[in-house]
Design a protein around this ligand. Structure first.
Ligand code: AVI
Length: 328
């Protein structure tokens, strides 16, 4: 059984390009230029991120894969213990890690349905298809749209138990205050007995972290620079992309990996959709992404602030990455 519902269309008549244009103008007009990292993920960017996930330096995905492989029985048993539940996978993508759990849950004959949520319709189409052939016994209700739309939609079945997955250290890309707002909002859709399993990249040797965001093959650089290509493609921007470079740095005090695009020379860039020109000084930085790394203490604290208690922490063998199971 597999369905797909599309909640991505906007009611107010504005489209995604208009929102993108507005955010680009806002970000490039700041004294310290800054663009939201969620705009990395157009078709090309999503493809590059897939490539990043299999880079030797990008340990996060492999580490979380290991967490799932070595703990799938324990996790599934916790999920399935109390009767029917919805397994809601926020930002599911290709669900490579979730499939490990789904296989185990199916084997345990758990009573659940799987609700992958993603902004990419293509990704949800492909996932639905692959699940149909790989795990035909799992009920799938794919949702195309923003995270909260999906949670709202699920409120129709308010009394049904929910387990929310937020994997891949996606929480790390939020500013601290946004992560609190986000988790509180998830919490508001949950009831006692519900759970949240969140994947979080842990603090570790700064060299290891830095290399993960500055790989030798240059895939992460291409991923970052794609944001300028996207502005050129979608907003008629005139960025000379080769006049910018990727620069990544890790601050071990804050536990934050920051990525920038640095202008290699003084230049003006015209963007047709905004009919505006933006000035860059030589070596001026445009900030594009933060990836926060957490300590276990901070994770507990963050959970507490948002109404979640830590039930179990699952690690990979090198303790690089944690999947934290929270209860409400
Ligand atoms: C999606 N997110 C968790 C990735 C990260 O590690 O922050 C995005 C990424 N940026 C550069 N490499 C990967």
């Amino acid at each position: 059984l597999a369905h797909m519902i599309d909640l991505s269309r906007k009611k107010d008549g504005t489209n995604d390009t208009a929102a993108f244009a507005k955010d680009v103008d806002k970000g490039l007009s700041l004294k310290q230029k800054d663009l939201p990292s969620r705009y990395f993920y157009d078709g090309k960017g999503s493809q590059l991120f897939q490539q990043i996930m299999s880079l030797p330096e990008y340990y996060l995905t492999r580490a979380e894969h290991e967490v799932f492989t070595s703990n799938k029985e324990a996790i599934s048993t916790r999920f399935a213990g109390e009767g029917f539940f919805h397994l809601i996978d926020l930002g599911a993508g290709d669900a490579l890690k979730t499939k490990i759990l789904l296989g185990e849950l199916a084997q345990q004959q758990a009573d659940f349905d799987y609700v992958p949520v993603d902004i990419s319709g293509d990704a949800m189409q492909q996932l639905t298809q692959s699940l149909r052939s790989e795990l035909p016994d799992v009920d799938v209700q794919a949702v195309v749209g923003e995270y909260f739309k999906a949670l709202e939609w699920l409120q129709q079945n308010k009394s049904e138990r929910k387990v929310v997955l937020f994997l891949g250290s996606n929480i790390g890309n939020f500013e601290k205050k946004d992560s609190i707002e986000f988790l509180r909002s998830i919490r508001s859709y949950l009831s006692p007995g519900d759970r949240l399993l969140m994947g979080i990249d842990l603090r570790k040797n700064p060299d290891v972290i830095l290399q993960a965001y500055d790989d030798t093959a240059g895939v992460t650089a291409a991923f970052n620079l794609n944001l300028l290509h996207r502005i050129n493609r979608e907003l008629g921007g005139e960025f000379k992309v080769e006049q910018f470079r990727h620069y990544a740095m890790y601050n071990p005090l804050e536990g934050v990996m920051r990525s920038f695009l640095i202008s290699l020379q003084e230049q003006d860039v015209y963007i047709r959709a905004l009919d505006k020109t933006y000035h860059f000084e030589a070596w001026e930085a445009l900030h594009t992404e933060n990836s926060h790394k957490y300590s276990l203490e901070q994770i507990e604290e963050l959970g507490k602030l948002c109404g979640f208690a830590v039930e179990t922490v699952y690690y990979d063998s090198e303790k690089r990455f944690a999947d934290v199971l929270f209860t409400v």
